[in-house]
Design a protein. Structure first.
Ligand SMILES: Cc1ncc(COP(=O)(O)O)c(C=O)c1O
Length: 485
């Protein structure tokens, strides 16, 4: 009996689910099971790796790995000229009646998740990472297996400093750099340091990243909101806030996607000098700008007043949990002390691995690759939104992995998001990012109703379907909004 390796039938031999873990393992397990229970009989010829990769819409290398593994395990055999066939295993091989089987893409559509902030997880350069960890493990001097330098690996500090200067137009030396386990940890250490140095209040963007007010309060600071408009943080309102510290996302505001305008940048620096203040720059995704060069780091404009915080959560993957802080000398020692007391250090081998990735050019190569993926997705998103919602609805820079979708006036953001969820699309309303006071109140935002679309981890097919569903959900909730959520 011959297997029909075509598409679309009900009997699935191999079906991949992109949300259910590594594709290689899924395909391997299903083929192995099909051979074991004789849905694939001895002698059956498998499609070429290229053909199966096309049918399953996966990378050819994934299928090559699967075949190699099953060849090694004895489930498959390969002879020159006759391709890859199922090997005879056990006594009953080939005798049982088998139903015709087909390969098909999964029949029910995968949910679409426009969650903010997730990079393309299928593009994480795992083989480069595993090379780097292995190399770091082989080359780390024995003495370095003890406690790390309190500020972090010297190698990595030098490498990220060079990167910050080269890519972000920053102005720092390795002495200013402290390695941390991601941006959030660096932020917590920096805020605790401000609190200990008598800076009791911090201004935060409204709307802004979700947990920043909570992190600030936990560090012992009072958090106050400052509105964001189309040019970024309103520096006039910052002046009136009475704060001497501010935390912001100047290169690409989270979540509105705007850039801090040039006069606001200058004004912000002037404000910091006037109040003897400090600016915390969350520099989380500036590597990804598709229409022009990204604006440089604020830290380069005034290194004495800016604490810049970077991370590889967007560029590589959130799970790597590494980031850095560039701090003026008056704060650096305090931040290092917070680090020492809370965690003693960041994982040393991973720091060396990241340094290796960066200094060998693998990190830049990866950035070039994913930048093209995101640029294509952002272009497609703009086209789909224009088609479904009309012109001018997609807002925010052509940058990063998120954009703002302005809904028709009077729409209910939450209504649209809830309706979309019932149709398999997850998305956050802009109000999700509003500043919330300690007693749970939130002032209305000065933005029209909008949704925040994270497109980093949404492939093109999902993106098209997701936008069409959002348009249907928006039609249902186009009436006058109830009170602004
Ligand atoms: C606004 C913002 N800042 C910083 C980060 C990075 O945080 P972390 O390094 O803790 O993952 C993210 C997420 O990637 C983010 O969206």
């Amino acid at each position: 009996m011959t297997v029909d390796w075509g598409r679309g039938g009900p009997d699935l031999l191999v079906a991949v689910d992109r949300d259910a873990g590594p594709l290689r393992t899924q395909i391997q397990d299903q083929l192995r099971a099909a051979i074991r229970d004789q849905r694939l009989g001895a002698g059956e010829r498998l499609p070429s790796t290229r053909r199966l990769a096309e049918l399953l819409e996966v990378a050819r290398g994934t299928v090559v790995d699967v075949y190699e593994q099953l060849l090694a395990e004895g489930y498959l055999e390969s002879t020159v000229g006759s391709g890859t066939r199922v090997a005879a295993i056990g006594s009953s091989g080939g005798s049982a009646r088998r139903a015709p089987v087909v390969v098909s893409a999964p029949s029910s559509p995968r949910p679409v998740d426009f969650e903010y902030g997730i990079p393309d997880l299928r593009s994480v350069p795992l083989s480069d990472w595993s090379w780097a960890v292995s190399k770091a493990t082989q080359t780390l001097p024995t003495a370095a297996l003890g406690d790390e330098d309190l500020a972090g690996s010297r190698n990595l500090r030098e490498v990220v400093t060079a990167y910050h200067r080269r890519v972000r137009a920053g102005w720092a030396t390795a002495e200013d750099a402290i390695i941390v386990s991601g941006f959030r940890q660096g932020l917590a250490f920096a805020l605790a340091t401000l609190a200990r140095q008598g800076i009791p209040r911090i201004a935060l963007e409204d709307p802004g990243p979700r947990d920043h007010a909570l992190i600030a309060r936990r560090a012992g600071l009072e958090a106050v909101p400052v509105p964001v408009d189309d040019h970024g943080l309103d520096v006039g309102r910052l002046r009136r806030s009475g704060a001497r510290a501010v935390l912001l996302t100047p290169a690409h505001q989270c979540p509105t996607g705007v850039v801090l305008g040039p006069s606001r940048r200058r004004d912000l620096i002037a404000w910091a000098d006037e109040v003897d203040g400090v600016i915390l720059e969350d520099d989380y995704d500036a590597e990804f700008r598709y229409d022009r060069q990204p604006v440089g780091s604020l830290q380069g404009l005034n290194p004495a007043r800016v604490i810049a915080l970077g991370s590889v959560s967007k560029t590589l993957a959130p799970t790597i949990r590494l980031g850095w802080v560039f701090a003026p000398p008056r704060f650096a020692a305090g931040i290092v002390e917070e680090k020492r007391l809370s965690s003693r250090g960041a994982p040393g081998l991973d720091q060396e691995a990241l340094a290796l990735l960066m200094e060998t050019g693998r990190f830049d190569r990866h950035l070039r690759r994913v930048r093209e993926i995101y640029r294509t997705r952002r272009d497609l998103l703009a086209a789909e939104v224009e088609h479904a919602f009309g012109p001018g609805r997609l807002r925010g820079l052509a940058a990063g992995c998120h954009a703002l979708l302005h809904l028709p006036d009077g729409s209910s953001e939450r209504g649209v998001a809830a309706a979309a969820e019932t149709m398999g699309v997850r998305v956050n309303p802009l109000s999700h990012y509003r500043f919330v006071t300690e007693d749970g109140r939130a002032a209305p935002l000065g933005f029209p109703p909008a949704l925040v679309l994270g497109f980093g981890n949404v492939d093109e097919q999902q993106l098209r379907r997701g936008i069409r569903i959002l348009a249907r959900a928006a039609e249902r909730h186009a009436g006058p909004a109830r009170e602004r959520e």
